[in-house]
Design a protein around this ligand. Sequence first.
Ligand code: NAD
Length: 365
Amino acid sequence: MSDIPTDFETARAEAEALAERIERYRTTYYSEGVSLVSDAEYDVDFHRLEALERAFPELAGQDSPTQQVGAALVSAGFPSHEHAERMLSLDNVFTLDEFAEWATKAQAAAGRAVRWLSELKIDGLAISLAYRDGVLETATTRGDGRVGEDITENIEFIPAIPRRLAGDGFPTFFEVRGEVFLQPHDFQALNERQHRLQAEFVAEQREKGRAEDAIPTRFPEFANARNTAAGSLRQRRENKSAPQLELMRDRLGRLSLYLHGIGAWQNPPVSSQSEIYGLLAGWGLPVSPHSRVFDSVDEVTAFIADRGEHRHDVEHEIDGIVVKVDELELHAELGATSRAPRWAIAYKYPPEEVHTKLLDIRVGI
Ligand code: NAD
């Protein structure tokens, strides 16, 4: 960014205003499942703040949003749960040049040729599953990366999350991380249900003689799949009537899951993340069929371009490609910042549409 202020005070004032705005967007997004701005607009602010902090490193205090994962919990009432190993976010790049620069750096830091595990970036919400002796112990949202919400009580409504592992050879205790999402047809079905329920409600109100313009929207349309999935997962069973529980069961029953990482896991018996996926699949855990491993950056670039052209040909929404160093040994060597691993990067596709009206992107949870 060329228009970075040259004097510190101007930069600080801009950084403070940005941090405050980003914090507000994040709290609403992570706690209420509501987007106050489009993701693209959020990313512009976030990257402007990163650029200011690069120019004036003293601005990048620990409490800056650029140093944090998610947002502090504003609990929906679930117990909190500390992850055995922190859950991180990902650093982003927006151009192929930035991606090549990142890959060159990662390769140089590794000191040897690396293999690139390339995956679709699922536009969903992160979840951590902990298994003990082959049985699901906890399902937890990412939260602030250290502590998330323990949503295990909802698991019986989510068939996509296996409660018991198949086969054998799994560690006594391990954590896996993945993305919960709604497939487009399920998102559409949920909205059709909202329309039907609202029409029934309106008819009932009319019958009771209520004036047309006094009838409220009790079953609003869901505006996007990601926030709807987040809202579904964070529903509480407590105090729900039988019909409300049925609706909740329907929403949770439609969620899908792909695992894309590990948390605490002592000495995995394989040397690469792609092999980990093989193990998980063998135990009946869902992994994406779209991941590929490449030896060269050129092949990754071609994959990014190809998947970008076929964004809508898969069973979930994607907002980019995640490229990871495949070798697990290098994950430990390259390490992580307070927010993201250095061995992975998200290449974000340009937005397909920019939302201009707040109402377009607000959803009920
Ligand atoms: P992120 O969504 O950019 O990327 C990190 C996450 O990607 C990981 O935590 C993981 O859960 C997920 N992911 C999906 N597929 C993956 C794969 N194959 N491998 C690994 N991880 C994968 O980062 P974030 O910190 O979760 O959120 C920041 C983003 O959220 C922003 O860039 C913006 O798009 C959106 N956001 C929007 C608003 C808003 O108001 N619109 C507010 C906050 C955040």
